[in-house]
Design a protein around this ligand. Structure first.
Ligand code: GGG
Length: 354
């Protein structure tokens, strides 16, 4: 029997509603599979916690989380708490402290009718964005000088260490080799004359060890255009922290919306827990109304199970999402349906075991 201990951080807004559906799926799997057991421990951290205690998580929060097999996060951010505080002091802090330097964000069109792109029926969009998740433009380095004065200057420094850049690029090459896919690096060396020139050099250097991997290199502006105009050209994409965050929102837009976008924050060495989350935010406008789309959160569970080595369940979840998406009337309003968050979770479980 394999036991997986999961730390739940539902977070803010719709976070708790969608995480509840993911947990429901895990509990249903546990019931059906006598070889797997899950335990869940909930942590009340987030913006409400901040408004009460002045901090997004406990001071020893990282210590409290460190022995779990995975963290399952809902959403972060709510009116009343500045976004940079809520994001940096919870989500980014966990990514950084647990060295979750790989962010895996699939861009997969599970039902061709869901893309807003032309010639829907022929679309075959299926690629993986591997986003650097520990440094880059998210490093938090910078300064704010002469605040409020006419000579005010603000600096936000992108940090690209050799270790951090090499390890993400190597990870991407390894994936491309394993899956026999092409690898596209996205950068901006023509304008960012230190960080992105360095990134491009490292991509080329490491590429010498992978002569079997076919590579492409695009500027981020061109890549954004191709994400919309010709997404079929991508198989695996590797890019920096900020570019990866932005590009995967485009990825979500071409494959059915933010309600379907999932992300895994991985510490490949398994030295610390990895974290699984729907990419979307807390959607305060619909929080508490029971109409949040739980599919991205359920897809995160599939990524979690893959990471645990339970790929059969991971695949089963993904193919069930594909099936669920065939009947958009059964889905939540963002997908054109009339279903509630809970209805979608219930139908999903019915289909998973049908
Ligand atoms: N589901 C987690 C969440 O609330 N994400 C919001 C967000 O802005 N994420 C930015 C990032 O992934 O870097």
């Amino acid at each position: 029997m394999k036991q997986f201990n999961i730390a739940l951080i539902p977070g803010d807004g719709i976070g708790s509603e969608v995480v509840a559906e993911g947990v429901k799926v895990l509990k249903a799997i546990e019931k059906a599979d006598s070889n797997i057991a899950f335990s869940f421990t909930e942590f009340p951290w987030g913006c409400e916690y901040y408004l009460k205690y002045g901090k997004m998580m406990d001071e020893d929060g990282i210590d409290q989380l460190k022995n779990y097999d995975a963290i399952y996060l809902g959403a972060v951010g709510y009116p009343g708490v500045p976004d940079h505080i809520s994001l940096r002091d919870l989500l980014i802090k966990i990514r950084k402290e647990f060295d979750q330097y790989v962010n895996l964000r699939p861009v997969t069109l599970l039902n061709p009718t869901l893309t807003p792109l032309k010639s829907k029926a022929e679309r075959d969009i299926d690629f993986l964005v591997i986003r650097e998740n520990s440094e880059g433009e998210y490093a938090g380095a910078g300064d704010w000088l002469y605040k409020g004065k006419p000579e005010e200057v603000v600096l936000q420094t992108g940090v690209f260490s050799r270790k951090g850049t090499e390890r993400i690029i190597r990870y991407a090459y390894e994936e491309a080799r394993k899956l026999k896919k092409t690898l596209t690096s996205v950068s901006k060396g023509n304008a960012l004359n230190y960080s992105m020139v360095f990134w491009d050099e490292v991509f080329e250097e490491i590429g010498k060890e992978y002569p079997d991997v076919k590579t492409y290199s695009y500027l981020v502006d061109a890549a954004s255009l191709y994400f919309v105009a010709e997404p079929e050209r991508f198989e695996i994409v590797v890019t920096s922290n900020l570019f990866g965050d932005i590009l995967t929102d485009i990825g979500a837009a071409i494959t059915g919306g933010m309600g379907l976008a999932t992300g895994a924050n991985i510490n490949p060495e398994k030295e610390f827990p990895s974290m699984f989350e729907p990419v979307h935010g807390s959607a305060p406008d619909i929080a508490g109304e029971g109409k949040a789309n739980p599919i991205a959160a359920i897809w995160s569970v599939s990524q979690m199970l893959d990471f645990f080595g339970e790929e059969a369940w991971g695949k089963a979840i993904l193919s069930t999402i594909r099936e669920l998406l065939m009947d958009t009337k059964a889905l939540t309003p963002d997908m054109g349906g009339k279903g509630s968050t809970k209805d979608v979770g219930d139908i999903f479980i019915e289909l998973l075991f049908a």
